[in-house]
Design a protein around this ligand. Structure first.
Ligand SMILES: Cc1cc2nc3c(=O)[nH]c(=O)nc-3n(C[C@H](O)[C@H](O)[C@H](O)COP(=O)(O)OP(=O)(O)OC[C@H]3O[C@@H](n4cnc5c(N)ncnc54)[C@H](O)[C@@H]3O)c2cc1C
Length: 391
C-alpha cells in the first residue's frame, strides 16, 4: 500500500484546505436547543454549496462521486481546520444516507439523499429499546401491516437528537414467532407523524441529546420500508457497518490531532512547583505512547479506507477500528485531564476549546455508542477471527 498522496490527491488536499480556511464559521458552535439545529444545518448547507457535501456519494443524488480516499482527505483537513462537529447531521450524513445509497429504491434515494446533503433535514436512529441494546434483535416495538401502512406501537431509547429530527431510521418487529432476527423491518419514519412522543433524557455531560421515543398507533406508509417488510435485519447490519466502519472517521482524525495539541499543552503548562508538565516523566511517557497509538490508529483507518473503497459497504474489520479508537479516546481524554491537574475537576461545559473535563466525560459514551466494546470484541472474535460463538 502506497501511503503517499499522488500529485492529483495533493492538489485535491490543497483545494480542500483553502476552502476550509475561507469558510469554517468563526462563531462558536451551539451545543443545545434550536440554535444548535440551525447552526449545524446551515454549516451542512455551506458545505453543500461549496461542493463539499457527500464527497463519495453518487452525483445523481447531489454528491461529488469521488473516492473514499478523498473523503478521508477531507476529514483530515476538516479536523485540522477546527471545523464544527457534524452535530445533528451525524445520522443523516454518516449512516442513514449511506444505508439508503446501498439498500433503498430509486424513489427513496431521490427524495431523501439531496435533502440530507443540502442540510434541510435532521435524521435520528430508532434502534435501541429498553430491552434491546446489545441484543438488538430482541427488539419488541411492533408494527402491524394495515393495508398500505404499518401501524407502530412501542418505545425506543437513547435516540440521539430525536427532539430535533425530521426523519428516523426505525427498526420494528413485523413478524411473529420466527427466529428473532427474522420479521424485523427497517423503515423511514417521519418524526412529525401523529402518535409520536419524544422525551429528552438529561445526562451528566450537559445538553440532552438522548431521548426516549414513544409510538402510539403511528401510521407509516409501507412505501417507506427499505428492503422487504420482514427483511430489515440485513439492512440494519448495513447501517451498523457504516456507523462503526466509516461514521467516525472524522472523530478518529480529530483524536490524532488532540494528541499533538496535548504535547503542546504539556510543553506550555507548569505545575505548582514551576515545572513544565512535559518534564514529568510519567506524563512524557504517556504522551509518547499516545502519539504511537495515534499513529497506529491512522494506519488502521487508512487500511480500512483502502479495503472499503473496494466493496459496497464496510466490513466487520470496522469493529477493530471502533474498539481501538474508543478506548484510545478514553486514555487520551484522561491524559488531558491529568495534564491540567486540579483544573480537570472543574467540569467546563462541552464546546469550550479547553473543556477537557467535559471531553473526558463524553469519552465514556464512546465505548457504548454504535455497539459496546464487548459486543465489538464478540464480532471481531466470531466474524473476523472465526472463533467459536459464545453462548
Ligand atoms: C453516545 C450514545 C449515542 C447513542 N445513540 C443512539 C441512537 O441514536 N439510537 C439508538 O438506537 N441507540 C443509541 N445509543 C444506544 C446504544 O446503541 C446502546 O447503548 C448500546 O447498543 C448498548 O446497549 P444497552 O445500553 O442496552 O446496554 P446492554 O445491552 O444492556 O449492555 C450492558 C453491558 O453488558 C455488556 N454486554 C451485553 N451483552 C453482552 C454480550 N453478549 N457479551 C459481552 N458483553 C455484553 C455490554 O457490553 C454492556 O457493558 C447510543 C448510545 C450512546 C452511548
Amino acid at each position: 500500500m502506497d501511503l503517499d498522496l499522488s500529485p492529483e490527491m495533493r492538489a485535491f488536499r490543497d483545494e480542500v484546505r483553502t476552502w476550509l480556511r475561507e469558510n469554517v464559521p468563526s462563531e462558536p458552535q451551539p451545543h443545545d436547543g434550536p440554535e444548535m439545529r440551525d447552526f449545524d444545518l446551515a454549516w451542512q448547507r455551506t458545505q453543500y454549496d461549496g461542493g463539499w457535501a457527500g464527497i463519495n456519494w453518487p452525483v445523481e443524488y447531489g454528491g461529488r462521486g469521488l473516492s473514499l480516499l478523498q473523503q478521508m482527505i477531507w476529514f483530515e483537513e476538516y479536523a485540522w481546520a477546527d471545523a464544527p462537529d457534524v452535530g445533528v447531521s451525524f445520522v443523516g450524513v454518516n449512516h442513514a444516507g449511506p444505508t439508503l445509497i446501498a439498500r433503498a429504491g430509486d424513489e427513496q434515494k431521490s427524495f431523501h439523499l439531496p435533502r440530507i446533503l443540502r442540510g434541510e433535514v435532521v435524521w435520528c436512529q430508532g434502534f435501541s429499546e429498553p430491552g434491546a441494546g446489545s441484543d438488538l434483535a430482541s427488539l419488541s416495538t411492533r408494527a402491524e401491516v394495515d393495508g398500505d401502512h404499518l401501524v407502530v406501537n412501542g418505545q425506543k431509547i437513547w435516540t440521539s437528537y430525536a427532539e430535533h429530527a425530521d426523519y428516523q431510521e426505525l427498526l420494528v418487529r413485523t413478524g411473529r414467532g420466527e427466529r428473532k432476527h427474522d420479521g424485523i423491518t427497517w423503515t423511514v419514519c417521519d418524526m412529525r407523524t401523529p402518535g409520536i412522543t419524544v422525551r429528552p433524557i438529561p445526562t451528566m455531560t450537559g445538553p440532552a441529546h438522548f431521548c426516549e421515543v414513544f409510538y402510539d398507533d403511528v401510521r407509516i406508509p409501507v412505501s417507506n420500508v427499505v428492503g422487504e417488510v420482514g427483511g430489515g435485519w440485513s439492512v440494519a447490519m448495513s447501517t451498523l457497518s457504516f456507523e462503526r466502519g466509516t461514521g467516525f472517521l472524522k472523530e478518529q482524525v480529530a483524536l490524532v490531532r488532540l494528541v499533538d495539541q496535548l504535547i503542546e499543552l504539556a510543553r506550555d503548562r507548569v505545575d505548582a512547583r514551576g515545572r513544565r508538565r512535559l518534564d514529568d516523566e510519567v506524563i512524557a511517557q504517556r504522551l509518547a505512547t499516545a502519539r504511537a497509538e495515534a499513529a497506529a490508529l491512522t494506519a488502521m483507518a487508512l487500511a480500512d479506507v483502502s479495503r472499503n473503497a473496494r466493496r459496497p459497504q464496510p466490513g466487520v474489520e470496522g469493529s477493530m477500528l471502533r474498539v481501538f479508537f474508543s478506548e484510545l479516546g478514553q486514555r487520551v481524554a484522561k491524559l488531558a485531564v491529568d495534564i491540567i491537574e486540579d483544573e480537570g475537576l472543574e467540569a467546563r461545559p462541552y464546546g469550550l476549546p479547553d473543556s477537557y473535563s467535559a471531553g473526558w466525560y463524553r469519552t465514556f459514551a464512546y465505548t457504548i455508542a454504535a455497539g459496546s466494546k464487548d459486543i465489538q470484541r464478540n464480532i471481531i472474535g466470531e466474524r473476523f477471527l472465526g472463533l467459536p460463538r459464545g453462548r
